[in-house]
Design a protein. Sequence first.
Length: 254
Amino acid sequence: MSDYRDELSFNKSCKLIFLFLIFISAIAFCIAKFIPDNSMLPSDENIIVQLPEDTKSSDENLDYTDDYVDEVSFISLDNVKDKGLSLYRQSMTRSAVEWFYTQITGDRDVTLAILTEADKNDIPLSLAFALAHTESKFKTHATGYNTNGTIDRGIFQLNSNSFPQLTEDDFYDPYISAKYGLSHLKLCLRTAGNKVSALAMYNAGTGRVSTNRTPQTTLNYIGKIISYQDKIENLFTQEVVIFYETQISPSFED
């Protein structure tokens, strides 16, 4: 009887061990089936960034020439409405434009005044400076007396009757003169639709020009402005434009 009980106990133990082994095997199977191997997970060692062979890691080896040329070679000046304005509106070439026109006027304040207002009114620089030269030779205190008793003053010879709100000091201030003179020229350009008629209106008045009563003196005046404008544009091309067009590969040598 004792041997029979021992046999039953042994068989029960074997069954428990067998069930335990089956349980462990099932767990192992699940681990192998559903948990990926570490070698399949991304790691720093498996991530490789390949750089082109010519890539430089040091700032001193970086080439900024392309960006520089884009700034100063300006896509194509042949297609630009006004080369002077185009260069003046670029930070890297503005100083060259200011330098050129300062040589023309001999007065930096006069130059900056005309450049600022021509830019605001979208007037070609050569036309703005040609007008000021014909009106006053760039002299801030230029004064002209008319037969009707009115007085023209300043670099743009603003008429005392047309601008009654201005004081005498205002007329002789180049910035104020340029502000009113070039805004009036812009109005004339809009009204006339072309440069010649606009200049005639600036000089003789809208009424006389619109009724075909433009005096000969005004026609001569227009001829002087256009002639001087052509001279400025040719010189500007030789002294400024051609420099930037040819300096495609700028030199950084002293």
